[in-house]
Design a protein around this ligand. Structure first.
Ligand SMILES: [Zn+2]
Length: 386
């Protein structure tokens, strides 16, 4: 057990926050809190939900687990101790070698313990849902971040807050990308600012809505006074910016950059190309493209200064679903400069000199994400799992 605090109160938790097996069969849901140790809100919300489910004897159809992510960092209220636990989920680092153990430091054990809990659900034969609860350094209305797969989109649409797609193209080794390779629904839910008590309330509403959306619980099984409450809470917070967004830019920073975001940027605020957003030791930082600011960094730890996202028109969401269901991507390989990767059939190799007319958006529409860009050749990999 470790002790941590959240908005002035003290709590205790172990790795497993709750673990319930319903009396009838159904999906397996695993919620994560505090994968970043300075984001305790999700753990607090999970503790409250498990206590309520038990005291109200809510019937479940399936398996429900709540786990704490980075316990040692949570005890110190730090994002991580040696390595960001949400950037190390590559197959390489999951292999139990001495060099990995050394490189990952404290986070090695955290990752191994989580991996042992996750793997049986990934390999089990019931539908699995992995829901990762986060908070942000700046004040923010809640939103969902997913890898761009149709199953994820379908589930995200049931939660009435904005959804951001395609962040995996800009991050190395997030937990969700590892999980998605096995095909379950996996999404991150960002509830609001790290220490704001409202974030735990919003996390709780999301947990209940995700449970109902997955079918593990019926809305009518929660106490009558609470029915509709969680949906209304999320609708109220999510109404201004609902819809799908796509990440188009990331500002990477290092610890020596002295990066500092200009004050006042809230998540999804519109920005113009050339607008001065931040400064670092080299001077002012302008927006390289227009769009909306996403996850501006207002804390000292972390290597993503800010992202820029753009809203995806509703027709593109519908069109991409149709094209993916038709496996339209097979037609792309008929074009000059586009070929299927010989060793990795899920990947397309694009010769940029020949196929320069092909916009990245076409690949996104068809469910491909850029994996590598080395000069003349770009590799896009399919996110959909057949
Ligand atoms: Zn986080």
């Amino acid at each position: 057990m470790i002790t941590f605090s959240f908005s002035g109160q003290t709590y205790q938790t172990g790795r497993i926050i709750g673990n319930l097996e319903g009396s009838s069969s159904g999906p397996a849901l695993m919620f994560f809190g505090a994968v970043h140790g300075n984001e305790p809100s999700g753990v607090v919300a999970l503790q409250e939900v498990f206590a309520e489910l038990e005291s109200n004897k809510v019937p479940l159809a399936g398996k429900l687990m709540g786990v704490a992510g980075n316990l040692s960092a949570l005890a110190e209220n730090r994002r991580y101790i040696a390595k960001d636990l949400n950037r190390i989920w590559t197959r390489n680092q999951l292999q139990n070698s001495d060099s990995c153990r050394e490189a990952l430091g404290n986070e090695y054990n955290e990752q191994q313990e989580l991996h042992h809990l996750i793997q049986p659900l990934l390999e089990g034969n019931r539908p699995a849902y992995f829901l990762d609860l986060h908070t942000t350094s700046s004040d923010s209305a809640p939103f969902i971040a997913i890898n761009d797969q149709l199953e994820n989109r379908r589930f995200a649409m049931k939660i009435p807050v904005p959804t951001v797609l395609g962040i995996e193209e800009f991050l190395e080794g997030p937990l969700l990308s590892y999980l998605n390779e096995f095909g379950p629904v996996a999404l991150a839910f960002e509830a609001g600012q790290h220490d704001n008590p409202e974030s735990a309330k919003t996390h709780k509403s999301f947990i209940y809505r995700a449970m109902v959306a997955s079918g593990i619980m019926q809305e009518s099984d929660i106490p009558q006074a609470d029915q509709g409450k969680h949906q209304a809470h999320l609708e109220n917070l999510g109404r201004t910016n609902r819809g799908f967004y796509e990440v188009v830019h990331k500002r990477t920073i290092t610890n020596d950059d002295n990066f500092s975001m200009n004050p006042g940027y809230q998540n999804l605020t519109s920005i113009k190309k050339g607008e001065i957003l931040a400064k670092d030791r080299n001077g002012q930082i302008q927006a390289p493209v227009g769009g909306r600011i996403f996850m501006p960094l207002y804390q000292s730890s972390g290597n993503d200064g800010f992202f820029v996202v753009r809203k995806i028109p509703a027709w593109a969401i519908v069109l991409s679903r149709l094209l993916r269901n038709l496996n339209f991507d097979t037609a792309l390989t008929l074009l000059p400069g586009v070929s299927r990767h010989t060793d990795h059939p899920e990947s397309l190799v694009i010769n940029k000199k020949v196929a320069r007319f092909l916009a990245k958006q076409i690949f996104h529409l068809l469910g491909y994400r850029r994996k590598k860009d080395n000069g003349d050749v770009m590799i896009f990999s399919r996110r959909e799992i057949n």
